[in-house]
Design a protein. Sequence first.
Length: 117
Amino acid sequence: MNTDKIYAESIAKEYAPKDNSKIVALRKLDAKAKNPANIFTYTFGVLSALVLGTGMSLAMQVIGSGVTGMILGIIIGIIGIIGCCVNYPIYKKLLEKGKEKYAYEIVELAREISEGK
């Protein structure tokens, strides 16, 4: 087996112009189904982690001082923990809705591509 030839063909395939616009359309539909869930999850996860960090800083009295600051920090930290915990189930629901919304189009286009070859 000539591995150099296989490697060269795989690189050439990456740079060759894509003649099949159905594959590009399929990729775009797949991204349309998945991107809203991904964007929401990353944004919500980062914000929840920041809320958790703020609560920890308040509870450990790095920011603020006194008993009220510590109690407020514990409450804010718990809110951040809850946000982090519900992030994945929300992601799964959003991804499921996105896939359900575009499922028919994706399946039909994939069937056309597989039968056409």
